[in-house]
Design a protein around this ligand. Sequence first.
Ligand code: NAD
Ligand code: TYD
Length: 339
Amino acid sequence: MTTIVTGGAGFIGSNYIYHMLAAHPGERIVCLDKLTYAGNLSTLAAAMENPDFRFVKADICDRDAVERLFDEEKPDVVVNFAAESHVDRSIDDPGVFLRTNVMGTATLMDACRRHGVKRFHQVGTDEVYGDLPLDRPDLLFTEQTPIRASSPYSASKAGADLLALAYHRTYGLPVTVSRCSNNYGPYQFPEKLIPLMIANALADKPLPVYGEGLNVRDWLYVEDHCRAIDLIVRGGRVGEVYNIGGHNEMRNIDIVKLICRELGKPESLIAHVADRKGHDRRYAIDPTKIHGELGWLPETKFADGIRKTIRWYLDNRGWWETIVSGEYRHYYEKMYGNR
Ligand code: NAD
Ligand code: TYD
């Protein structure tokens, strides 16, 4: 069996590749990645040693390159992680989000149709459901919750999900869609909340909390997400959406304080800065469907996952210090300089 994993040089895609190589030895994994600012080939260094693995640098929007790769590899399965993934960047410049997240997904699915791919899995986000009020803990996102995206990022991801389901209905493409809550773990780009706070705290730099820090996210350790996708690809019903999340709601401020405590840094580093435009208040997933149909449950408790994650950033300083000192510095200045 051959699986093409797009966006595999990014955070979740690379964790998925390592999960697949360990869980299904002998299966071929081909990573297609454009290596944008968020893609990092050094992340895949260990995979490169594995004869079952191949890396190809290409853009999912490039029809010719995608077609060539499908001709060469004749994939059975395509799992699409490739995306522009950061909400703040989408607020600054939406165009590339529409191109990659919507047009790129369509380009991949056109190739899947032509080549009779047996499963196209679209990796989606719970952010397509918009947000939930802070004072209604009883409300959770189910697969029936209406799509109500708030940011250009989530709107582009909603477009991709709808297109994937439309390709199933219209052309019979065997599609599944998953919508996961916020992930954390190794190899997450340090522009996202948890690695940004770890990197800043280690450098004794201010910890920029948007607004009061009362917004709530439902955190899932990345390995649990990867296991869920693997289960959906193998046993999920085509044309279906599966929500993935583990009932682990946390306020941003509490996460930042926890990171301070774990690293022995003072909370006086916390700096409340201007809020994000259109900032979603709360995300929370109801994972009843994936649990009932596929037996999935999260295995990593947040207390353990966050310690493992902090340990990983301490042990792999080279990986993120290269990023923090490079091109990313300009982004940081632009986003946080006058905030
Ligand atoms: P990431 O930004 O870390 O990685 C994205 C990867 O896609 C990078 O390697 C980048 O080089 C590649 N890429 C971008 N544009 C491309 C293009 N045009 N062609 C080929 N490759 C391209 O993102 P992530 O956090 O790993 O997220 C992966 C997927 O999971 C995304 O679709 C995202 O929407 C979804 N998701 C993320 C989270 C989360 O908490 N990070 C939660 C739910 C869903
Ligand atoms: P983020 O990691 O960007 O994920 P998402 O916006 O997709 O949920 O942000 C998580 C939460 O942390 C979100 O409520 C915004 C907040 N946040 C900050 O308070 N400060 C920061 O510097 C960043 C990057 C995020």
